[in-house]
Design a protein around this ligand. Sequence first.
Ligand code: NAD
Ligand code: WQD
Length: 342
Amino acid sequence: MHKIIITGGIGYIGSHTVVEFLESGYEVVIIDNLSNSELSVLEGIEKITNKKPIFYEADICDENEIKNIFHQHSDTKALVHFAASKAVGESVEKPLKYYKNNIGGLVNILTNMLEIGVNNIVFSSSCTVYGQPKILPVTERSPIIKPESPYGNTKKISEEIITDTVNANENLKAISLRYFNPIGAHPSALIGELPIGLPNNLLPFITQTAIGLREKLLVFGNDYNTPDGTAIRDYINVCDLAKAHLFAVERLLDNKSNFNHEFFNIGTGKGNSVLEIIKAFEKSTGQKLNYEITSRRFGDVEQVWADTSFAEKILGWKAETSLEDTVKSAWDWEKKNRGRVE
Ligand code: NAD
Ligand code: WQD
């Protein structure tokens, strides 16, 4: 049984990934400081899998604590690194919080990996590194542009830090997964996205509006150069996304990588507009959504979706869940979760 450390494993994508690894027979060690998540998620993970991951409530920036944890788990084979701050708007107001947590945390994790000899890392990157691509769909060879936000910049810089580190340490191998827009929840509705306060992202805003927590969804702009005028994204099911991490870790453990640091787009390969997402939600849940068109949101790109052929061919991974099933899973989670909160 391979041991794997998952930082940020109590968070949205991390918790779904912990489930995948536990169900595939890995021993999982989670490090999370609960800065953007709740301990109750651990119960959901345990109910789904009937297994107990090892959990440390610890900050990845804390040098002593992380060193201690690594020394206790020196038999770890790989690490999946989710822990980071992720609110784009907040990162513009508090850039140093983002550089400290996302860059400082990564440096501390890499330092301990090298010290203990944990030789494989999978990193959570983002399609934000492409900005508004000139050619669509976007491939891994598309230019990486200067990011719009400090958050986006931390993803670009993190990829560079990992490249420099693997180049200087021949035993270390890395895969960066560039996620497009993760949505949905585990089909059990025992874990899902738990945004704190007003959601920034589309799907939680839709489900919170449908359940009556928000009055209406504001659709940011219908004057884009797209078929229905609203912006287009590649919405990827969170369980499909979680599975990509398993494929990536297995590729590293099987020594199949062609390069010390590989990059994969993780999306569906299909773009959907905001109005299409609303329609898919209404159709699959039977809920009518109250929404209104308003002006564009500052910093939004017009359209982006992934070319996923490289991930399919090289990683052997492909998105499988339909958009309807995915938005339905977000709704099932919202219903169950509100019941729990109230
Ligand atoms: P999330 O906030 O739900 O999960 C991140 C987890 O990391 C949280 O549980 C948080 O408590 C923890 N964490 C943050 N800082 C920490 C620290 N210093 N020490 C220990 N734990 C810490 O976010 P998510 O949506 O699951 O995203 C996971 C990763 O994927 C992040 O790196 C994010 O930047 C990246 N990503 C997310 C998206 C998205 O839309 N959700 C898209 C692309 C990339
Ligand atoms: C999707 C679409 C909005 C809310 C962000 C980060 C990105 C990545 C994923 C981490 C856009 C529209 C949204 C609303 C709306 N994260 N929208 N009304 O902006 O594509 O990406 O999350 O790496 O870096 O920027 O995702 O879910 O916020 O928006 O009309 O209330 O929905 O304008 O077109 P985005 P999103």
